[in-house]
Design a protein around this ligand. Structure first.
Ligand code: PLP
Length: 477
């Protein structure tokens, strides 16, 4: 591609971010070197793009300091898209799952089954204050319908977070949803028809399997390799053999494996989806929860400027970073935004207003990056301590994952110990766990178990892990 086009396209993306208010007046722009590496362009192209914007009066160079945004943002209002009818959902097919999910509501078990950080690790008090403030300050708005797309202020916050990591998102393509789960279901419903084939990882989050089953879709699975994530070559091999319509993947800290897929595989995955007209629905729920502190690239970064029927839709939520019960997530709809918005309108009209106002209020008053740094540190420490206790108390032959982020531990039990039997025995002992077979469509992982390490380390946790170890010893004997 000629470099003139490249710099113009880069300048266009930055201009858009400035005009939408994602990059604000007075804000410092990335250095030329950083811009070049984030956008995968040469230094000369980055220089050209900044000079172009400087000539337009949108940015200015300050000696020995860098480039800054000059003009104030002018948000562009946009009309509501027309709507279309939604499909009838089908019931969950896996009856075992319903039985297991009963655990979620139980208050009398230690929740090692729930992949959520404990409230002690989340800014709960600040969120309560933000909710009260939103209700007092704007009772009419807070108690009324939100617009289907979601509050503009919140969409702007989300676009700004992506801009911090060099992914330029138009706030108008952000749709606020009831958690990541609704984001993924709407995305699937928009890009597939019943009977289509969808690619998932194995193991993968059981909710994704259920979302696919509820839409009458068929599944093929590609392994998520321990510590390495998805192998793009294996995905390509599947694309060559099957007419796959969509892929729902969790490259950043898969649940349950905690693995991170590398950039080379991510780039190849996106390229393969474009080449085979597959829509890649990326579930980036844990993207900001890597233990190294470095935010791994969303797949979206590798899809800039791609055309065709394939491409990337990004789904995520505040569930694991702020509070799961607020049920606020989002979709970056890319070229499917108008269709996704129609689907959203007929799904829930709009996401609940009060949690949206509360989160927008929280994000504008608090240092979210600082809260996330603390959360990541705590989760990394928890993972280390839980693993050490498992090594100490569980029988030889137990294998435990080494997650790079998130809050799930994936365990392989020494045979003949079974995940389902252990789940039941643990429940009787007041400890919640999840059996491995939930994490695959084929009922694999009979000898696996998932534990959450979202609860801070305590004597109670140590005792629970020791008790679980005794149960595994008894079963494996
Ligand atoms: C990989 C993955 N995707 C989606 C979800 C659902 O997220 P939400 O609570 O935001 O709907 C979860 C919940 O644990 C998950 O682990």
């Amino acid at each position: 591609m000629p470099s003139a086009l490249l710099y113009e396209r880069l300048a266009e993306r930055l201009r858009n971010q400035i005009q939408r208010g994602v990059l604000r007046a007075g804000e410092r722009l990335p250095s030329l070197r950083r811009l070049g590496s984030e956008q995968r362009v040469s230094l000369a192209t980055a220089v050209e793009a900044y000079m172009h914007l400087e000539r337009e009066g949108l940015i200015e160079a300050r000696p020995r300091s860098g480039y800054y945004v000059r003009s104030p943002a002018a948000p562009v209002p946009r009309g509501l898209a027309t709507v279309r009818s939604s499909r009838t959902p089908q019931p969950i097919r896996n009856p075992a799952l319903l039985g297991v999910l009963d655990v979620l509501g139980r208050k009398d078990v230690l929740p090692l089954h729930a992949a959520t950080p404990s409230l002690a690790l989340l800014p709960a008090a600040a969120l309560v204050a933000a909710t009260t403030r939103a209700l007092r300050r704007e009772p009419n708005a807070a108690l009324g319908y939100a617009v289907p797309q979601g509050l503009a202020e919140l969409r702007l916050h989300i676009a700004r977070r992506y801009a911090q990591s060099g992914v330029y998102v138009d706030p108008d393509e952000v749709i606020i949803t009831a958690g990541a789960m609704e984001a993924i279901s709407l995305s699937l419903r928009t890009v597939t028809s019943p009977g289509d084939v969808v690619l998932l990882e194995t193991p993968t989050y059981y909710g994704l399997l259920q979302a696919v089953a509820a839409l009458g879709l068929r599944v093929i699975e590609v392994p998520n390799r321990a510590g390495l994530g998805i192998d793009a070559a294996q995905v390509v091999a599947l694309f060559e053999r099957h007419a796959v319509r969509a892929a729902v993947l969790v490259p950043n800290f898969n649940n349950p494996s905690g693995s991170l897929t590398g950039d080379a595989d991510k780039r190849a995955l996106v390229a393969a989806c474009i080449a085979h007209d597959v829509v890649l629905i990326e579930d980036d729920l844990y993207g900001e929860l890597g233990y190294s502190g470095e935010r791994p690239a969303p797949l979206r970064r590798f899809a800039e400027g791609q055309a065709g029927r394939g491409g990337v839709i990004t789904c995520s939520s505040f569930s694991k970073m702020l509070a799961p019960g607020l049920r606020v997530g989002w979709i970056l709809g890319s070229r499917w935004t108008a269709e996704l918005l129609r689907a959203k309108c007929f799904s829930t009209v709009a996401t609940a207003t009060l949690p949206q106002l509360a989160i927008a209020d929280y994000l504008s008053r608090h240092d979210f990056d600082r809260a996330l740094r603390r959360l990541r540190r705590e989760l990394a420490t928890n993972a280390q301590r839980y693993r050490a206790a498992i090594v100490r108390h569980w029988p030889d032959g137990t294998r435990v994952s080494e997650p790079a982020g998130g809050m799930a531990l994936w365990l392989e039990l020494p045979q003949p110990a079974q995940g389902q039997a252990l789940f039941e025995a643990a429940l009787a002992a007041g400890i919640g766990t999840l059996p491995g077979h939930l994490f695959s469509n084929r009922g694999d992982y009979e000898h696996h178990l998932r534990l959450s390490c979202g609860l801070p380390w305590s004597v109670e946790i140590e005792q629970a892990l020791r008790r679980l170890g005794q149960l595994v010893h008894a079963q494996a004997a």
